[in-house]
Design a protein around this ligand. Structure first.
Ligand SMILES: [Zn+2]
Length: 269
């Protein structure tokens, strides 16, 4: 096609704008989106993250950074809880549980951002299902965590009154149900996060992220179920953390250098 032809050619397929998802059908290829002003040509470059909208990539980067911060915070708190257990201070234990809740909230917000919808990926979006499941699981986890702590606190508050022992037990039971719901949501969240990451990996593109997400799908639960030691869940956590650190590195490289690929010899998908 001669370069001057692009001025008269119009888009004959239904293609969403990468920033605002406006249907660009019928617009000149040399034109720009009437809703947000992004060049039509930019929305036609395919699935790679380097061609995705800057705001979308920035949101993913923030999400991944918060997930990593949440994991590190939980590790530090875990070590502190062990020392506090030796020292034996009830006040320290309470302070640590509040900090643990803050770390959980930070991590959940990170997953929520990581599962942000890409406005330019509305058509043929195979990642949509795990992404939606991930977001629902995050919301259920958050509600369950808040519910468990609120109900647990309420039960403690009610227990000293002799006439309300039955009511306190009922509240305690609800708290346990909230805890169970939280655990189920956490398991669903883990598998949805791995499926979503598998979908995202060819867009980075990164074969090591794809391999790690596929491996953790089965190895993660196996290592976590071996609860007889602290070592195996720790190995799973480090492998999990590494995967996010690779995604973070790729997103920073794309932001700073405009492109990224970690293994050009491997053909993805
Ligand atoms: Zn637009």
């Amino acid at each position: 096609m001669h370069p001057s032809d692009t001025g008269t050619k119009t888009l004959e397929t239904h293609q969403p704008c990468i920033r605002c998802s406006y249907d660009l059908y019928g617009l000149p290829l040399s034109g720009s989106c009437p809703e947000c002003g992004v060049a039509v040509e930019r929305s036609l470059r395919g699935d790679l993250l380097q061609y995705a909208d800057d705001n979308y990539r920035a949101t993913l980067l923030r999400g991944v950074s918060l997930i990593m911060f949440g994991i590190l915070a939980h590790l530090v708190l875990f070590i502190l809880v062990m020392f506090a257990g030796i020292a034996g201070g009830a006040g320290i234990g309470f302070a640590l549980s509040i900090l643990s809740l803050a770390a959980t909230a930070t991590g959940l917000y990170g997953y929520f951002l990581y599962a942000s919808p890409d406005p330019g990926q509305l058509s043929n979006n195979r990642g949509e299902k795990p992404r939606q499941i991930l977001r629902v699981a995050i919301v259920v986890s958050a509600i369950a965590a808040i519910g468990q702590i609120a109900l647990g606190g309420l039960a403690l508050f009610m227990a000293p009154t002799p006439g309300q022992v039955g009511a306190a037990e009922g509240v305690m039971m609800l708290s346990a149900v909230a805890g169970l719901a939280g655990s189920v949501a956490w398991i669903v969240q883990f598998f949805a996060a791995m499926l979503y990451t598998k979908w995202l990996s060819p867009r980075i593109p990164s074969s090591r992220v794809l391999k790690r997400a596929s491996l953790l799908m089965w190895l993660g639960p196996v290592l976590f179920l071996l609860f007889c030691t602290v070592v195996t869940p720790l190995i799973a956590l480090i492998m999990y953390y590494n995967m996010f650190s690779w995604i973070r590195k790729a997103l920073i490289t794309i932001r700073d250098e405009g492109e990224y690929f970690d293994d050009p010899t491997k053909i993805l998908n």
